[in-house]
Design a binder for this molecule. Structure first.
Ligand SMILES: [Zn+2]
Length: 240
């Protein structure tokens, strides 16, 4: 190697070493969780960020738990600081429409607009775009699947629900959540239900004492190799 080239390489090496760490808005890099090795569960919170999202984020942080938030664009717009915090603290974001219409009952171009507007609001609030779609009410058909695929997103439903929006009772929410909890489960909850947020410290502690690691949806579905437009878990009667 010529002396000139080797000294250039040396300078390059010094520059790389001295370059300050970039200040990304993304989650701090932690070792990824391998759900084929540990007992994983994903808690998911829909329709937010709800007004209790800050308290929920404090609880998740305290217990070193990760969650996935399927956000409504209209609330991303009104509560952007929570969205920013979700990303900064390592949680995953999903798209849950802009104003929560049933995607199977509106025109395809309106579905596209609902998704796009929400992607844009999240990008504006937190600098990232959701990579998962959960249509309102979990309602999807082949048209919705095609549109999800245009956006490069799989459709994520749930394996069990806390029924928090129905009971609005701390004890019932806790009981139901623990009843449907299972390895690699995806649990539906809502951060606009105050009783859900109140029940969270106890739910997280109980799940962790049963050996669960609370992870994001992407951690759970990693081994499924989902393609854009795929739906998971596949609902009964769904044919692709
Ligand atoms: Zn919803």
């Amino acid at each position: 190697m010529s002396r000139q080239i080797s000294s250039l390489l040396a300078i390059a090496a010094v520059c790389v070493t001295l370059a300050p760490a970039p200040a990304y808005a993304q989650a701090p890099k932690t070792a990824p969780v391998d759900c084929t090795q540990v007992k994983c569960i994903a808690l998911t919170f829909d329709d937010g960020p709800g007004k209790y999202a800050g308290v929920l984020l404090d609880t998740l942080k305290k217990h070193n738990a990760k969650a996935t938030f399927f956000l409504e664009g209209q609330y991303v717009k009104s509560r952007p600081k929570y969205v920013k915090r979700m990303v900064a603290e390592g949680h995953e974001l999903g798209n849950h429409s802009y104003k929560h219409p049933d995607f199977t009952k509106i025109e395809p171009w309106d579905v596209r607009a609902e998704i796009k507007k929400t992607q844009d609001e999240v990008k504006k609030a937190a600098g990232v775009e959701p990579k998962l779609l959960r249509p309102p009410y979990g309602m999807a058909d082949l048209t919705v699947s095609d549109i999800a695929s245009e956006f490069g997103m799989p459709i994520i439903l749930w394996t069990g629900g806390s029924e928090d929006w129905k009971s609005k009772n701390v004890e019932s929410i806790k009981k139901k959540t623990l009843e449907v909890a299972k390895q690699d489960g995806i649990i539906l909850m809502h951060d606009w239900v105050k009783q859900t947020v109140d029940a969270m410290p106890s739910i997280i502690k109980t799940l962790q004492s049963k050996g669960y690691t609370l992870v994001t949806v992407s951690d759970i579905v990693k081994k499924e190799n989902l393609e854009p437009g795929d739906i998971f878990p596949v609902p009964a009667g769904w044919e692709n």
